[in-house]
Design a protein around this ligand. Structure first.
Ligand code: FAD
Length: 303
């Protein structure tokens, strides 16, 4: 039987490429100084959804909430095999903590006919791993976190292996369910040349508007609006218009969104710089590694 999967994906700064300009003076992340990438574990969630589609049929819809630039991760998901992409972008989402983020995402997911919702386990910037579980709560569905293998899917029952730190657990549940997927779950497929050719010009309306405004800086607002509508119409006909939803469209209660819906208060921000004090070279041989392990056990660094 076919399954409809919804995958939540987030565009994040590439925290592996931190430079001197990565932090602002006030301790917040200088997103402009870091390249934006697809959150790594969201690629694993997408891969699991695409594998389900390959084996059983159905559809894969990707959703992201973010700035207009986040449409790039949606295009990337289309290049890998997703069928549909939705950008939730609205200035009233700004300053959302995880509670507000998961509420907004839940309003969007409720508009879709789904069997399985998949999230990455954790985003590499916020790092809380809260959004998936909070989203499941708001959707009122079962959540299975730390999924590292889809073992069986049959009719309305799914069986998964989840990592519990000291081992693993086999869990079976009825659908619909939400999974948070770990980096060990699979090897994400690469983008497909044919799909890149098909979707390279896919754009969200907000991206179309930004480009038209930049190219027609002298034009008045009415002309810009007409040009944008015209271009969006062409993209829609070609199946290249990325869906764009705002808080009104998903009927979100504004008191649960943005700053209003975010009880988290940042008390203090501390920049921690880890500097190596001393280093020791270990030969890349079995004997070298065995010697290092012996030393670490001796000084009780590892037991
Ligand atoms: P995790 O919980 O670690 O993510 C788990 C999974 O949830 C991801 O792998 C992904 O599948 C899904 N997911 C998470 N976020 C999204 C998303 N946006 N779209 C789709 N799927 C998603 N961030 C801003 O960008 N702008 C702000 O103005 C802002 N203000 C903040 C104010 C406060 C007080 C706080 C505490 C945080 C703020 N943040 C802001 C950060 C924002 O709350 C988090 O980035 C967001 O809630 C996700 O949390 P996380 O990164 O820990 O994700």
């Amino acid at each position: 039987m076919p399954y409809n999967c919804v995958v939540l994906v987030k565009q994040v700064p590439d925290t592996k490429r931190i430079t001197g300009q990565a932090m602002n003076d006030d301790g917040t992340v200088n997103r402009a100084a870091l390249p934006a990438i697809f959150n790594p574990e969201d690629l694993n969630a997408l891969e699991m959804a695409l594998t389900i589609k390959d084996r059983f049929g159905g559809s894969v819809t990707v959703i992201t909430m973010g700035l207009p630039a986040a449409a790039a991760v949606l295009r990337d998901a289309l290049f890998r095999g997703a069928d549909d992409a939705i950008l939730i972008t609205d200035s009233r989402c700004a300053a959302s903590d995880t509670l507000a983020t998961s509420y907004i995402l839940s309003c969007a997911v409720k508009k879709i006919d789904y069997d399985i919702v998949l999230c990455g386990r954790q985003a590499i910037d916020g790092d809380t791993a809260q959004v998936g579980p909070q989203l499941a709560e708001k959707l009122g569905i079962t959540q299975i976190t730390y999924v590292e293998e889809l073992t069986k899917l049959s009719k309305k029952t799914i069986t998964l292996r989840r990592n519990v730190g000291t081992g693993w657990q086999l869990v079976r549940t009825k659908l619909p369910a939400l999974l948070t997927v770990t980096g060990e779950a699979n090897e994400p497929r690469v983008t497909a040349a044919k799909k890149i050719m098909r979707y390279k010009n896919a754009r969200a309306p907000v991206e179309v508007a930004q480009k038209i405004k930049a190219e027609n800086s002298q034009a008045d607002e009415t002309s810009i609006k007409e040009l944008v509508e015209h271009k969006c119409g062409i993209l829609r006909e070609k199946g290249l218009l990325i869906k764009q939803w705002d808080l009104d469209f998903i009927a979100a209660d504004l008191s649960w969104c943005g700053r209003n819906g975010s009880p988290t208060k940042v008390h203090r921000i501390q920049s921690v710089v880890l500097a190596a004090k001393e280093s020791k070279k270990v030969e890349p041989t079995d004997d070298g590694v065995a010697g290092m392990i012996h030393e670490l056990i001796e000084d009780k660094t590892i037991m």
